[in-house]
Design a protein around this ligand. Structure first.
Ligand code: NCD
Length: 292
C-alpha cells in the first residue's frame, strides 16, 4: 500500500530518523532503488522553485517518469475543482502525487479517496514536511545530533509553514526553539526572544522571507529598517556563535532578511539545504512507494 506523507506529526520519531538516515545514505553514494515504470505527478497549485524541481530531480534519480502539472493551462480554468483535478490524475493510475496548495490541510478531502501516495509539498501556512526533513538533515550533518541545540527562527513566522513544521518537530527532537521578529509576525504560544539574544545564543539561525503574497506587511517599517532590526548582514553576522550556522528555506529576499554578503558566507548552509532536499525527497518517495 502506498503511504502518504502529509505532516511530520503523523510519523514517529523513529520514522523521521529513518528518513534522515536513508537520505544521508543516498547522499553518501548508497544503493538507489530503481523505480522505473512508476509515474510521479507534481501538482503545484502555488508557485515553487525548490520544492517542485527538487522533487522532480529526486523522481528522476529514482528512475521514475514525471508529469508536471501546470494549473495555468489546466481545466481549473473551466471551473473544475481541486478535488476533481487530483482525482483525474489518480484515475490515470499515477503512483505518486506531490501536491502544494494554498489551502491549509487541503489533503483532508483527499484522504481515503486516492489510491496514489500523496506527498505534501506544502499546505498554506500549515505543513511542509520535506522542507523540515531537509532542514533536520542539514543540522544533523553539522552537529551530529539534535538534543540540546538551540534554533532561532526569525522573520514572518505566522505565515510560514516551514516555521510551524520546524517548531514542532525540532522541539520533539530535543532542541530548544525560539522565534524572533516583529510582534505581528509571532504566533501566540510560541517562545519568543529578542533578535540580539536570538542571534548571539543560537546554534542555528534560520531566517524567513516576509510572505507578502499572504498579505504580510512591514507595518510602519521601511525595507531598510526591517533589515536593520531583523536582518543578518556583514556587521551582525560576526556576533553569531563560532560554530553557528545560518539557514533559510528560500526563496530569499535579499536586502530584507539577509544581505548579499551573508547569503554565501562561511556560516551559510542555504545552498547545502537545497542539495539535501533532493536526497530527502528521494527517501520520502521510496518510503511512500514502499521500496527500500
Ligand atoms: C518555502 C515555502 O514554500 O513554504 N519555500 C520552500 O519550500 N523552500 C518558504 C517560502 O516560500 O518562503
Amino acid at each position: 500500500m502506498p503511504k502518504n506523507l502529509l505532516t511530520l506529526d503523523q510519523l514517529s520519531l523513529d520514522e523521521v530518523n529513518d528518513l534522515l538516515s536513508k537520505a544521508q545514505y543516498y547522499r553518501d553514494g548508497g544503493f538507489v532503488p530503481n523505480l522505473q515504470g512508476k509515474i510521479a505527478c507534481n501538482l503545484f497549485f502555488e508557485s515553487s522553485t525548490r520544492t517542485q524541481y527538487s522533487f522532480q530531480v529526486a523522481e528522476e534519480r529514482l528512475g521514475m517518469r514525471v508529469i508536471s502539472f501546470d494549473p495555468e493551462v489546466s481545466s481549473l480554468n473551466k471551473q473544475e475543482t481541486f478535488y476533481d483535478t487530483v482525482k483525474a490524475f489518480d484515475s490515470f493510475g499515477v503512483d505518486a502525487l506531490v501536491i502544494r496548495h494554498k489551502q491549509n490541510e487541503y489533503y483532508k478531502e483527499l484522504e481515503g479517496k486516492i489510491d496514489a501516495a500523496i506527498l505534501n509539498g506544502g499546505d498554506g501556512t500549515g505543513n511542509h514536511p520535506t522542507q523540515s526533513l531537509l532542514d533536520l538533515l542539514t543540522i544533523k550533518q553539522e552537529f551530529g545530533r539534535f538534543e540540546g541545540l538551540k534554533v532561532a527562527i526569525i522573520g514572518d513566522v505566522t505565515h510560514s509553514r516551514v516555521a510551524h513544521t520546524n517548531y514542532d518537530i525540532m522541539r520533539k527532537l530535543g532542541m530548544e526553539v525560539v522565534v524572533s521578529g516583529p510582534d505581528f509576525y509571532m504566533d501566540k504560544g510560541y517562545v519568543t526572544e529578542n533578535f540580539e539574544k536570538a542571534i548571539t545564543t543560537s546554534d542555528v539561525v534560520m531566517l524567513l522571507r516576509i510572505q507578502f503574497e499572504r498579505d504580510a506587511t512591514l507595518g510602519d517599517m521601511t525595507k531598510e529598517q526591517y533589515h536593520e532590526r531583523y536582518g543578518l548582514n556583514a556587521h551582525n553576522v560576526s556576533k553569531l556563535k563560532d560554530n553557528a550556522i545560518i539557514m533559510h528555506p528560500a526563496p530569499v529576499n535579499r536586502g530584507y532578511e539577509i544581505s548579499d554578503e551573508v547569503m554565501e558566507c562561511d556560516k551559510s548552509r542555504i545552498f547545502k539545504q537545497m542539495q539535501n532536499g533532493v536526497y530527502v525527497r528521494m527517501a520520502a518517495l521510496a518510503r511512500s512507494l514502499d521500496i527500500d
